[in-house]
Design a protein around this ligand. Sequence first.
Ligand code: C2O
Ligand code: CU
Length: 579
Amino acid sequence: MSVASLIAADLLIAVLAAAGWLGGGAAAAARRRRLALGLAAGALLGTLARAVTVTVLARAGWWFAAEKVLVAGPLSLAAVAVAGPRLVRPPGDIRSAAVPLLFAGYAESAALLVTVLHGYPASAGAGLLAVAAVVGATAVSWRLLDARPSPTVSRTAVAVAVAALVTGAGLVATPAAAPAVPHALAAQDGRAVGEPTRRVTLTAGTATVRAAGRDVAAWAFNGQVPGPELSATVGDVLEVRLRNRDIARGVTLHWHGYDVPNDQDGVPGVTQAAVLPGQEFVYRFRADQAGTYWYHTHAVSDVGVRMGLYGVLVVRPAPAVGVDVTVPVHTLAGRPLPEARTEPVAAGTPVRLRLINTDSTTHRYALAGTAFQVAAIDGADLRGPTPLVETAVLIPAGGRYDLVFTAPGTPVALQVDGRVVYATGPTSVATGGWPVLDPLRYGAAAPVPWSRVDREFTLVLDRGLDLHGLLPRYAHTVNGAADPDIPPQLVRFGEVVTFTIVNRSLVVHPWHLHGHHVLVLSRDGRPATGSPLWLDSFDVRPGEVWRVAFRADNPGMWANHCHNLAHAEAGMVLHLMYQ
Ligand code: C2O
Ligand code: CU
């Protein structure tokens, strides 16, 4: 059983156990003896079963089980100790078992809430709040059911509940060493890179564009979605003048995967101010990194990118030979882009398809009708890519794969999630059953370029209640906190840094560090054995643990976030800072 299904199964069992105890308690209060005993027996089984699921999760990684062991564990033990005997030897009047069964229900529910609302890391504050809630709810049930506990028992219960509540609330409310994130609004300094050799102006504005045969409202660069394709040759100096005509919430340009100097990175509030209607900002950087990239707004990026403020950036080592096409996939107003395109290609022509996923979720790509190689991922060439046939690739949000092949005499078709987007002639092939390429096992290995690690960070991705803003929200969290409360990661220039990224949530998180490419070391403890993978966007699926490394060689303050942009907006953003 995968870690992800264990997480889900454990959650489900916890819900059923809590409901079983509570239902059993209610049935006992109503003197429905058989129902009460039946429900409670089911709940007892569930509670005991969690000992197994939680143990297995803890063995997969402490991050997956910490609060389950430390909070749910003791609460479940108490539940079994109090309610268990009533099941083994049921009292004559079942009503007297009501409070013990309800107590077990409160204990299981409180533990469940700690997992769902708080998660990792386990905290004493959350544990104490849970205890206060359980004791308080039990005392109230006791009174309502008129079971008349002795005055000593009720006084002790009140004292315990109040003490736990006060201490727990105090611990939870204590700000976790509030990270002072200095906003380095750098003065623009693009002049050092030399005279521009390519000049472009991108004007952001509201527009009506055609998508899959229908007119839709969009936000567009120069009136088109995607925006103009920017291409350059290594050594060019790009100068891009961004103007905002009427995007009220502001725009910027972020060069996704392009490791530009920090002041050109386009993150509002961090590297520049958002460009408001009527304003402009000039980006200038040297194109010295060949490969397939894309640009997009980073101001209210979830809405901005979804509405169409994105485009392709391709930097070639030399002028293109053969057929070299970009396929930026996007969903605009629920309609898939780009439209299918068919062009005949003479047999023997070298073809490069640059696949770009500009959506917030993973897409599946399948190239039918030819053998091909994955020449590059996220702009970086792979080492020793071998020919693949009838193999699909999964591209994470923000990611790019370059597929290359020599055109055969027969038609070739590229499908995205089963829809043809590019073809050299009419074909129809069912690709849904094809296996998916694992890039960690593809191509030829090379040694890791560093023999030491100077700094290690762990990022545990989850969901949780965020009480730090004006309104409480159910945030996407990193180490239990949400933006802007996630402490920044401090590094020094030249250090070798590792991230261990753990996904204990039930959704995929496409991870994206700005300004650096990271080398994948391992996934779920198994080392990557294929070509070195230098990525800027990678899917950390539920239950997965990725270990990646990079050299801190690009000073500044860099966003480090989930590229499901709705998740980013809902808290899953932190910053990497140079000291
Ligand atoms: Cu493409 Cu910070 O993102
Ligand atoms: Cu995410």
